[in-house]
Design a protein. Structure first.
Length: 415
């Protein structure tokens, strides 16, 4: 096949420009900070009620995001079957786009007291974003020849980074220009994300190709066909050792990357003690670097091949994560709680966070009992249980399984 016209390629890439504002503003910077701050201010504590139970606010945020990914993962086989058999791929792209955008806009009305309202539309926004990506990404093989896909995919990523940074800067300016009204500035930013998403998606929808449909497939059962396709792919994967190794590697790679991406802002605010301004500026700088990174990786892939570049990037990522673990700045203040109970001081100097370097794997302790409660609540432990290494590994795997399912289906059942 031949690559589509420049108009089609640019239109396709514009959807990345449109929806990436959600990924940066809602899941990475403004909303996680706003959610924890607003709920703590209203309830006077990090422990907040939700559907008759108490949760640490940041843990509830994580649960909501994971639940959204699990839902979309379970829906993928059915959605793709409907799309293939009804020839309505563009219609589903539009539906999920508007679902996500409207949900982002409605977060304007979340003020910390209406927790159920905020969680509901946060989850729906995540469903809209993830669902639309299924159908958006499935257009790439239809508009780009194989030799051009790396370049066009990188263009989409770059457009997404640029668009999201621009709206992030707008939100940052609002916060800076509305002293004493940072909550309102954040709420306005959520509304702008929804408007941005809808408006710029209109450059995409008219230029996407119409889907060709086989009349025989329309008569099939969409639910049965969807899960039949899963079985076919599973049997095919069993016969392809290279693909099996890739999927195993992708599982662990994505587990690490997604954990950092989704938890970085809350880690920066709750553990490293960074203020909101520093967090937002840091994320903007990261996005600017990512724009160049997407372009550079596409160029390097054309020279050295995807496999070598991927190995190099992942190796670099591992080094950076290890370096960050040992060099993270930890603010000083307060008395130390060891495992939530015992207090101690280091060299006569009280510290809010401190590393215990006398063990093979240094540990970090906190003076805030809420941090201990947050950790144990996420793990599902009672006050008498002290988590160990196996507990930590088990939780990490459970936390990411929703995203792993989502990405697995995206790679194998969409198109």
């Amino acid at each position: 096949m031949q690559t589509a016209s420049k108009k089609v390629i640019n239109g396709w890439a514009m959807y990345d420009w449109a929806n990436s504002a959600y990924n940066l503003v809602i899941t990475t910077t403004f909303f996680p900070i706003f959610f924890t701050a607003a709920t703590k201010e209203h309830f006077g504590s990090e422990v907040i009620p939700f559907l008759g139970r108490n949760f640490v606010n940041s843990a509830l945020y994580d649960y909501a995001l994971t639940g959204a990914y699990l839902l979309i993962a379970l829906m993928y086989p059915i959605l793709t079957s409907i799309s293939d058999t009804r020839g309505n791929k563009k219609g589903f792209l539009q539906f999920f786009c508007y679902l996500g955008a409207v949900s982002c806009g409605l977060l304007y009305f979340f003020n910390g007291s209406n927790v159920e309202f905020g969680v509901l539309f946060f989850v729906l926004a995540a469903l809209g974003y993830s669902g639309s990506l299924v159908f958006y990404n499935s257009y790439l093989p239809e508009i780009a020849a194989e030799k051009d896909r790396d370049r066009i995919s990188a263009k989409g990523y770059s457009m997404g980074y640029i668009g999201s940074v621009l709206l992030q800067i707008v939100g940052f300016v609002l916060v800076m220009q509305m002293p004493g009204k940072s909550a309102l500035a954040s709420q306005i930013t959520f509304l702008l994300v929804g408007i941005w998403w809808i408006v710029f998606a209109q450059f995409t929808f008219p230029v996407l190709p119409k889907q060709k449909l086989s009349s025989e497939r329309v008569r099939g059962n969409i639910f049965k066909d969807g899960f039949k396709e899963i079985g076919k792919v599973y049997n095919m994967v069993k016969k392809m050792p290279v693909l099996k190794r890739f999927l195993r590697g992708f599982f662990f790679y994505s587990m690490g990357v997604q954990t950092v991406m989704l938890a970085a802002t809350l880690f920066g605010s709750k553990v490293l003690g960074l203020d909101d301004t520093k967090l937002i500026v840091t994320v903007v700088l990261i996005q600017l670097v990512a724009i160049l990174g997407a372009w550079a990786m596409a160029k390097l892939s054309g020279i050295y091949g995807n496999f070598r570049v991927l190995i190099g990037v992942v190796s670099f990522w591992i080094v950076v994560c290890i370096a960050a673990y040992y060099t993270a700045y930890l603010k000083e203040k307060g008395t130390i709680y060891r495992k939530g109970a015992e207090k101690y001081e280091t060299a006569g100097k009280k510290s809010e966070y401190v590393y215990e370097s006398t063990t093979p794997f240094p540990r970090m302790y906190s003076d805030d009992e809420g941090h201990v409660a947050y950790y144990k609540d996420m793990m599902g432990f009672d006050d008498t249980h002290e988590p160990g290494l196996i507990d930590n590994i088990s939780f990490m795997a459970q936390y990411q399984v929703g995203q792993m399912y989502m990405r697995y289906f995206m790679w194998n059942f969409v198109g």
